[in-house]
Design a protein around this ligand. Structure first.
Ligand code: SF4
Length: 355
């Protein structure tokens, strides 16, 4: 498990990050340790050209689209950066199966074929049985159903796969161990290593797609990017058959969140993404509607997975439109508008990755 190596890798990264590094940007393949030099390089346009060329070679002109669907905001955790944290006195909801069908029908009519089901963490209110049923319903509407929820064990993931689960998204949020403890002061999510191990439980259970990431703004972004690279390197070497994506979300304002987060500029984030893509040309980069229209437009072609028309509150598409969101989104275009934009750039907006 990566969690057994994490202490050693963090020590190495903290020591290396203070040194200067060099890499020949023309070389064909990069190694994980090249991430240091790539993050020190100023050759962003050269890197961008190489990434676009690689993407064309490995993915063609395709951008895979998906939509998130929040089914519950019950949460026993206290993540200080989140609008759904337990201490926020907000209306808590869990959609019933009829409401879920209504939300799914709306997404289906927009052309969506891949839905990402999201919940907070509250196994008493939102147990594995409920998730199983949500996925089962999801499979009646969509070709792909992924899950972004709380840490489950291997048997639970096997059970959900039997309902049709295709992918799991699990962000470590931050690889900085001490900050992790401060940012997650209570609840099961405060266990750093348990969270880190969850991805491997899902893989061993047989899931096909894995999406990892950090939440930029919680800790030193250069350190986070390097750790993300070492984590992906480990996953690719240990479980090479999985289709991997990495998200690069930045912290956005959320209800009653007064946390003073570290700002990451557009240029810095693009640099992290390009460096990462040079190391891992076959790994998808996923950019959500957290980011604004201009930023997302600039990344079409670099990112090969993108959400569209997203609502980030429970039942937010058709039922409870004005309730508290997990975080605010900036790209307000509808799915149809985003599809038109992707086409106008000469890319093929693909609604499904697996048939
Ligand atoms: S980030 Fe997830 S686990 Fe943490 S408080 Fe928000 S909904 Fe709960």
């Amino acid at each position: 498990m990566f969690s057994e190596l994490i202490g050693e890798i963090i020590r190495m990264v903290k020591s290396e990050i203070k040194r200067k590094h060099y890499v020949n940007l023309n070389k064909e393949f990069f190694m994980a340790r090249d991430i240091f030099a790539l993050l020190e390089s100023n050759e962003l346009s050269f890197m961008a050209k190489r990434v676009l060329k690689n993407n064309k070679k490995f993915f063609g002109n395709v951008v895979f689209l998906y939509a998130p669907l929040y089914v519950s905001n019950y949460c026993v955790n206290g993540c200080i950066y989140c609008g759904f944290k337990n201490s926020n006195l907000i209306k808590r909801r869990k959609l019933n199966y009829d409401e879920i069908r209504k939300e799914m029908l709306y997404l289906k009519k927009s052309g969506v074929e891949h839905v990402l089901i999201l919940t907070g963490e509250d196994p008493e209110n939102v147990g594995v049985e409920y998730l199983y049923n949500v996925i089962k319903i999801g499979k009646m509407f969509f070709k792909e159903v992924s899950l972004e929820s709380y840490s489950l064990n291997e048997d639970d993931y096997k059970y959900l796969i039997s309902a049709g689960l295709t992918g799991v998204t699990m962000y470590q949020e931050t690889y900085c161990i001490e900050e992790y403890a401060e940012l997650h002061p209570f609840g099961p999510k405060s266990d750093y290593k348990k969270r880190l191990n969850t991805i491997e439980h899902a893989i061993k259970a047989g899931v096909r797609e894995i999406n990892i990431g950090v939440l930029y703004g919680l800790c030193d972004p250069v350190f986070e990017t390097i750790m993300l690279a070492y984590h992906m390197d480990y996953l690719l070497k240990t479980y090479p058959w999985i289709e991997y994506s990495v998200s690069f979300p930045r912290m956005k304002p959320a209800y009653n969140v007064k946390f003073d987060f570290e700002q990451v500029s557009d240029k810095e984030l693009i640099h992290y993404i390009l460096a990462f893509k040079l190391l891992f040309p076959r790994v998808h980069v996923n950019i959500s509607t957290r980011e604004n229209e201009n930023f997302r437009n600039a990344l079409v072609g670099v990112a090969t997975k993108m959400s569209a028309g997203s609502s980030t509150n429970v039942g937010g598409y058709t039922i409870y439109k004005d309730e508290v969101k997990q975080f605010s989104t900036e790209d307000k275009r509808t799915i149809e508008e985003f599809i038109r934009y992707v086409k106008s750039r000469g890319y093929n907006p693909a609604m499904v990755n697996w048939v």
